[in-house]
Design a protein around this ligand. Structure first.
Ligand code: COA
Length: 259
């Protein structure tokens, strides 16, 4: 049924795997659509009590939005691309009344880091790497990263990570509070399933209320998400964004001009 993701029901947990390993599981519009459908399944199917999001292969969880889709986009189309993904996937994950956990098995960059951060919490393999490298492309995060990273690790660290575009390893991500547990790659799914099995023994309505209330604690951010979306679109009017994405696709270093 799906072409770009796989889903497997393991007990009462739906394991959703982004499945484009040759493209580092980058999020193109088809992945976004299919993730949206799988999430609808999580919301609607009463047999599903929780979900895990992970990536296929050993290298990447998700290495970001698919940069090849950025070509030719202007301000409104850039904002619309981000808004569409936020509605179909990122906000749907965050607001899901059933727990959704990211099992981060490798590169978790850009939209991939944002995908992990939209989940209710994160478990990482020892080889996982996190970062928001959009600035290298003349861009900013567009799937809620400026908001959720700040909420998760605090303003100073979020500023540095987003402004440098640096990647951090799993241990540092745990020290910062970005991930809850770091385990050997072979144990990643087992550990994540084990936590969810414990949660499944608790009262489901209480769990859904915890999710809603914890989300409310961060709710003063409504305008922040709008500000991010507006500026994500604005990046598409800059020469630097054309240079940054072009340089990535041509496998060369960008030369930014501040225009
Ligand atoms: N969008 C589109 N394609 C991507 C991608 C992305 N975000 N990330 C990786 N790919 C593609 C590469 O272009 C390459 O395709 P090719 O085989 O057709 O040339 C393939 O996936 C493998 O990636 P490659 O860069 O060769 O692997 P690597 O091991 O040398 O590096 C990364 C891995 C993750 C460090 C590197 O791919 C990368 O920096 N990706 C982009 C991260 C990013 O900027 N994300 C934010 C996007 S807004």
């Amino acid at each position: 049924m799906y072409q770009n993701i796989t889903t497997e029901l393991d007990g009462q947990t739906l394991i959703i795997t982004v499945n484009r390993p040759d493209k580092m599981n980058a999020l193109n519009k088809y992945v976004i659509d299919e993730l949206g459908q799988a999430l609808d399944e999580v919301y609607q199917n009463t047999e599903i009590k929780s979900a895990i999001i992970t990536g296929a292969g050993e290298k990447a969880f998700v290495a970001g939005a698919d940069i090849t889709e950025f070509g030719g986009l202007g301000k409104d189309a850039g904002s619309a691309l981000a808004a569409r993904g936020n509605l179909a996937v990122f906000n749907k994950i965050e607001s899901c009344p059933k727990p959704i956990v990211a099992a981060v098995n490798g590169f978790s960059l850009g939209g991939g880091c944002e995908l992990a951060m939209a989940c209710h919490f994160r478990v990482a393999s020892e080889n996982a790497k996190f970062g928001q490298p959009e600035v290298n492309l003349g861009l900013i995060p567009g799937y809620g990263g400026t908001q959720r990273m700040t909420q998760l690790i605090g303003k100073g660290k979020a500023m540095e990570l987003m402004m440098t575009g640096d990647m951090i390893g799993a241990q540092e991500a745990r020290e910062l509070g970005l991930v809850n547990h770091v385990v050997p790659a072979a144990e990643l799914l087992t550990k994540t399933k084990e936590i969810l099995k414990k949660i499944q023994t608790k009262a489901p309505i209480a769990i859904s209320y915890i999710i809603a209330c914890v989300n409310e604690a961060a709710r003063c951010d409504t305008n922040g998400f709008e500000a991010e979306n507006e500026r994500f679109g604005a990046c598409f009017t800059t020469e630097d964004m054309l240079e940054g994405t072009g340089a990535f696709l041509e496998k060369r270093k960008p030369a930014f001009k501040g225009k």
